[in-house]
Ligand binder design. Sequence first.
Ligand code: CMC
Length: 460
Amino acid sequence: MSKENKEENNVKNIDTDTFTITDNKTGETIVMPGTTGAMGNRLIDIRSLFGKTGLLTYDPGFTSTAACKSDITYIDGNQGILLHRGYSIDELANQSDYMETCYLLLYGDLPTPEQKEAFDNDIKHHTMLHEQLTKFLSGFMRSAHPMAIMVGVVGALSAFYHDKMDITDNDERRLAAHRIIAKMPTIGAYAFKYSLGLPFPMPQNSLSYSENLLKMMFANPAEDYEINPVLAKAIDRLLILHADHEQNASTSTVRLAGSSGANPYACVASGIASLWGPAHGGANEAVLKMLEEIGSAKNIQKYIKKAQDPDDKFRLMGFGHRVYKSYDPRAAVMRESCHDVLRVLGVNDPKLELAMELERIALEDPYFIEKKLYPNVDFYSGIIMSAMGFPTSMFTVMFAIGRTVGWISHWKEMLNDNEQKIGRPRQLYLGEQQRSYIPIERRGHTDRRTGWSWLWGGKK
Ligand code: CMC
């Protein structure tokens, strides 16, 4: 390209990649720069807006806000595309393994054979838990939800690795990242065993990550356990499919917690807490409960109607997504995996038939078509896990184990970002303006009301 052409092009870029915002009250205008990432939507860079104008933007749920830069994961929600470091999720799910995917997410490229071996080995050598941590875990009620145990025990890791943890040191960050990836299956399996009253098994270094996870979850300590390779593969795929999903609620929570310089284990615990909700990772548990409630195909229409009724709180769990406005590519792989696992186990689960019929009817329904609601990753994962023998309460634990690498990769990326600041959103204040304090004896009396519910938004 000639010098003149280059200059012309640059000028063109500068001129066109801006946005003019006009205040229609005052007629004043401000020009804001635009920007585009390697792929995806254009953005208005509003970082200087408040400093220049005193204006804030209002965006509950961050539906139009990019809160950070990232190189890790790309989603095109309209096309149903999910790429990790540029590799598509179905290629990774079909050709890679979870350890390799972890390496890719953490370090940016697929490992060489030597790098893979070194990474596998390092993870294997951090799988055991401190004895004192197992005592901490044993303090929970046996009936505790395993996600409650995960939040507590992963948070407690910060008490074991805090004094020596210097998050400005790259080696310390790497150690924390490897340690948390390594220990999650052990903590998850212990949460499960504890609820069953069974002893805590030792991890086994001769096994792969997913084989070890499978064995710790299901081996009976009094009997030999033979790893079923199809189930180990299914677990591995499940972990890959959950490994990362860019700035979702739990990852954003980890980033926000980490932005203050907090201990990384405590940050991951905050991510687990966020994941637990039924609108996020808790949806897999909610899907199974929903399928059980629907019971049989003859009731589907009734529940499809309920999901559309604005006065009914019922939603079709495992359907819809903030970003995907087409089929979630993870759900497509999960659906396929579901058939494989049930075939290998010889399980004829009527819930799979019901789920497929529900999906078929919903995808033909005008409400779901108009709102672009498609099955998401959680729609089929519960059926696979249930067939393997996981109770519903363990489903989100498996999601958390898989997602840990995503959380810690984003934490690492955030700490290396020189534009990173403590996360501190602003607000649209709707409360009282300043008023004078009134002593209690001059405040009069409220109407007689029973209970506290009216103070919490109930009927007065
Ligand atoms: N069933 C019925 N209606 C729905 C559903 C659903 N599952 N999901 C969204 N809608 C409707 C919603 O009522 C709204 O209607 P209207 O325009 O009339 O107000 C419209 O679709 C847009 O939904 P939204 O709640 O504004 O969208 P959102 O981006 O805030 O929420 C979501 C996304 C995933 C929380 C929501 O779709 C949902 O609650 N789905 C069920 C729970 C679920 O499966 N969650 C797992 C998400 S994927 C796994 C993960 O990454 O965590």
